[in-house]
Write a protein that binds this ligand. Structure first.
Ligand code: 13P
Ligand code: SF4
Length: 306
């Protein structure tokens, strides 16, 4: 059954000159048919290099599709199910950024890429968890308004002398919020010599108890380069699918089995096939918002090169 759908997807992809991009948290069967897999930054860079494609199927969540649209306003950007939204991305609105800017007129605005274009249009730059320190250091200003992820904000605060000012009091990822210090203690007892790595979207107390804090792309590179095979990872469970596609010998132990991003899981092979067939649902943004947001996206891409 899956093989039939996979063949249909591959035929449609050729016929329509389409490419399938997928995030490291996508279900295994989606990762298997993707042309390109990556963390948020790698996907953003890839989306900026797709002049030769007519259709981009983005297997991820809303803000990722919007960013691909900002970079490619003339292409058809499709998320196979528009209900795939990132709750964190909705936690800082454009209005909240405007209010914060008025309160801190000398501060630059850096938004986590996990934000909607409604907010991105007022940002000076964006960041992901893999380039956040580089991006913040690239700014001339010493005060930085930051959102929506206040855990990532706290993480970068500890790595820079710049003053990081949260735009809103509450901004978090509900998946990474689940991890506790108790989870780490339990896993360390079960697997005494195994390194524990978590994502900077985890709470600071959890980050402090881990051996390393890394983006999903950072974890993948680190683990593939390591001589060791066993790792406990404090992030979304399907990171294991990505790592095992690259090296089946790696034994990825999830810090919690219920660290599941529901929105990432609603993308299925059937929905990918149907969206290719029907060329919908399309991601669209008003011209003005897309143009204004492009400035911040490009600033981040430039800062990531250095
Ligand atoms: P990265 O893939 O950039 O580490 O981000 C994690 C995430 O939660 C994406 O939504
Ligand atoms: Fe958003 Fe968290 Fe899901 Fe990433 S894992 S898409 S931050 S809800």
């Amino acid at each position: 059954m899956n093989n039939n759908i996979k063949n249909e997807i591959n035929d449609l992809k050729k016929e329509k000159n389409a490419i399938i991009l997928a995030h490291n948290y996508q279900p295994k069967e989606v990762q298997e048919i993707a042309d390109f897999l990556g963390d948020s930054l790698e996907l953003c860079i890839k989306a900026s290099q797709l002049d030769d494609k007519d259709i981009i199927i983005f297997c991820g969540v809303d803000f990722m599709g919007e960013t691909a649209f900002i970079l490619n306003p003339d292409k058809k950007i499709i998320i196979p199910d528009l209900d795939a939204d990132c709750p964190m991305a909705h936690m800082t609105t454009g209005e909240e950024v405007k209010v914060a800017k008025k309160k801190h007129p000398d501060a630059a605005v850096c938004l986590y890429v996990n934000s909607l274009a409604d907010a991105k249009q007022y940002a000076d730059t964006l960041c992901t968890s893999s380039n956040v320190v580089k991006v913040i250091e690239s700014l001339d200003e010493d005060e930085i308004l930051f959102g929506p992820d206040n855990n990532l904000g706290e993480y970068v605060s500890s790595k820079t002398f710049k003053k990081i000012i949260p735009i809103t009091d509450e901004g978090y990822c509900y998946v990474h919020k689940k991890f506790t210090v108790q989870d780490i203690e339990t896993k360390r007892k079960e697997h005494p010599d195994v390194e524990v790595i978590c994502h900077p979207e985890c709470d600071k107390v959890v980050q402090d108890k881990c051996d390393k804090v890394m983006s999903t792309g950072g974890m993948i590179n680190y683990i593939l380069d390591s001589d060791k095979n066993d790792f406990v990872l404090g992030t979304e469970i399907d990171i294991a699918s990505r790592i095992n596609l690259l090296n089946p010998d790696k034994n990825i132990i999830p810090l919690r089995d219920d660290a599941i991003c529901d929105s990432m899981k609603i993308i299925t092979l059937e929905k990918i096939r149907d969206s290719l067939k029907n060329e919908e649902p399309l991601i669209k943004l008003p011209d003005e918002i897309a143009k204004k947001s492009l400035k911040a996206v490009n600033h981040m891409l430039d800062a990531s090169k250095n």
